[in-house]
Each structure stands twice: as structure tokens, then as C-alpha cells.
Write a protein that binds this ligand. Sequence first.
Ligand code: SAH
Length: 263
Amino acid sequence: MGKVWFVGAGPGDPELITVKGRDLIGRAGAILYAGSLVSEATMRWAPAGCEIADSKDMTLEAINTWLLQKARVHDTVVRLQTGDPTLYGALVEMVQPLDADGIGIEVVPGVSSAMAAAGSAVESLTLPEVTQTVILTRVEGRTPMPDGESLAELGTHHCTLCLFLSITLLSKVQSELLAAGWREDAPVLVVQKASWPNQEKIVRGTLTDIRDKCRDEKIKSQAMIIVSPVLGARRWPELKKSKLYAADFSHRFRRGTKPKRKA
Ligand code: SAH
């Protein structure tokens, strides 16, 4: 009996997979990849004779059957997921049938699109004394949101919000964040196909105009929405700098200089 590895392929650029993930692809007997969001170019590391299938058109049941069958034949079976497998990836539904059959599984993390989108736009998701918190969430579409997790409620924290699966619901994002007390001119960043070579689009706007801007750019899918009080900080003249690198801040690896006394 083989083992099934749930591997994060990263956000799109095939080079953003981890070394561990690439090595697993290199010795896989079978790979099932999420073709809607994982670049086919990642398969270049697969060995000759590797069984490769795209799960784009499969139901969960078909995916589970495929993984079970291949794990009976091959030592290493890879389920290649977009971004990180632990976020909106139906991981538990795929693991349970394997558990039931006594097949070993392991998860290899990946670079999530939330991080890739922020990086592409050279934005930090946290900034001292502005926000130290990131919420990864989505707005309610066909999947209902649990109690207490509407954007109107989560938005009251005024921290960084990374919104998955919500690009077609920008009017809802707008109305719920205004209800949560965000200003109409609050900055919003949308990154489509973050890190995909030659395909990435970065759109900046405000809660008021981001929807029109995305419509003009024809962005309807595969996009990350980031709303945060830190957006644009790269160009702020005054920053509260991180204590970690401050000259007078001591920590485990460095003794800080004493602040100068006033004469
Ligand atoms: N596990 C994935 C998320 C899967 S849900 C991760 O960690 O990134 C699919 C959603 O992720 C999309 O609707 C979109 O909001 C986001 N997404 C995935 N790839 C993206 C990319 N390259 N750029 C921007 N958003 C992306």
C-alpha cells in the first residue's frame, strides 16, 4: 500500500512549489492535479511513465476513487492542490476515505495565494501599530458562512482581510465593510493570477471604485481581494518601524544599544 501526499503547488508560478513538493513529484507513480488552478508546467518534474490526471472535471467521489486505486498500485501518489492544501481545498473530504482504507497520508504546505498576492503588490499584511492581524476569509456565496463570520462582523476588527473566492461578490464586500465602519475611500487591492508568469493583474482602488475597476479589467475569477489599513505603506513618509531591527531593542540574537540619556 502506497502513501498519498497532499502537496501545495503554490499560487501559480511552478517555481513556487516547495523543494519537498517538487521532489515528491519527481518520484511519484501517480499525480492528480487540480487543473483549474495548478499550472500544467509543474508536471515537468514528473518521471517518465507517471500516471497524470486532471481533477478539474471530477466529482469528489471520482477523486477519492482515483486516489484509493492509485495508492494500491504505487508507493507515492501525489494530490497536487493549489496554494496551500489547508485553505479551501476540500482536504478533509479527501483524507477521510483514505483513512477509512488505512492508507497513509501526509500534507506538504504550499505558498498560499494570499501571500503571493501581497508579495506581488509589494504589500506587507502586518505593520507595527497599524495592524498585527490577518483574517483569511471569504464572503457568503453558495457556501453559507457560519454564525459570527460575516464580513460585516469580521470587518469590525479593522485588520487585514484576505478574501478568497469572492471576486464576483465585490458589491457584497463593499456593503458589508461599510456596515462594519470602513470608509468609502478605504484602500483595496485585487490581484488576479498572482505569480502566474505573464498573466498576473494588479488592480488598486477603494471600496467605492474597486468593482468598476475590476470590471474594466475583466477580472471575474482567480483573484485575491485584500482590504487593509496598511495598503500603500511602501509610500508612507512616517512608519512605526518593527522593533525587531530597532537599534535599542534587545532579543535572543542581539543586544540593543542603550537609548541615549538627555543631558
Ligand atoms: N488553497 C488555495 C485557495 C483555494 S480557493 C490557496 O491557498 O491559495 C481558490 C481561490 O483562491 C480563488 O477563488 C482565489 O480567490 C484564490 N486564488 C488562487 N490562486 C490565486 C492566484 N494565483 N492569484 C489570486 N488569487 C488566487
